[in-house]
Design a protein around this ligand. Structure first.
Ligand SMILES: [Zn+2]
Ligand SMILES: [Zn+2]
Length: 137
């Protein structure tokens, strides 16, 4: 009887150990999954945003790998200083949005100011809202 009891004790100990190991393993996997998924999501976000803003894509690595989101925070600070770029329809060069002419090929994006009253006008406007001047494309 003592022998059987010992075996049972052994099995119970083994079983308990396995369960704890299982739980720990589960949380370890969860932690690893989070440790991989979070930087991955940040990296993809920064990669795309950096591309749009014409910034170095290495920021994606920095944002993903520097702990405590410090890389991401640093990137967001830098990104806020850089306007998103648009692609010139003439030559496909990335050009800072808000400019009127492509610096590469001279493609005209928009009229900057009304030729008559000098009010700032946006692309697509046919008439100056200030003075009624016809705006040519
Ligand atoms: Zn161009
Ligand atoms: Zn005007």
């Amino acid at each position: 009887m003592v022998f059987i009891y010992r075996i049972r004790e052994m099995f119970e100990g083994w079983f308990t150990g396995l369960t704890i190991a299982g739980i720990m393993g589960f949380f370890a996997l969860l932690a690893i999954a989070l440790a991989v998924a979070v930087p991955l999501v940040i990296g993809i976000f920064v990669w795309r945003d950096a591309e749009r803003r014409g910034l170095n894509r290495a920021w994606a690595l920095a944002a993903a790998l520097i702990p405590n989101f410090l890389g991401l925070i640093a990137y967001l600070l830098v990104a806020s200083q850089h306007k998103p770029k648009i692609h010139c329809p003439g030559c496909n060069t990335a050009v800072e949005s808000g400019v009127n002419n492509c610096p590469s090929c001279g493609h005209r994006f928009a009229l900057a100011n009304c030729p008559k009253c000098n009010r700032a006008v946006s692309p697509g406007w046919k008439v100056c809202p200030e003075c009624g001047q016809q705006l040519s494309e």
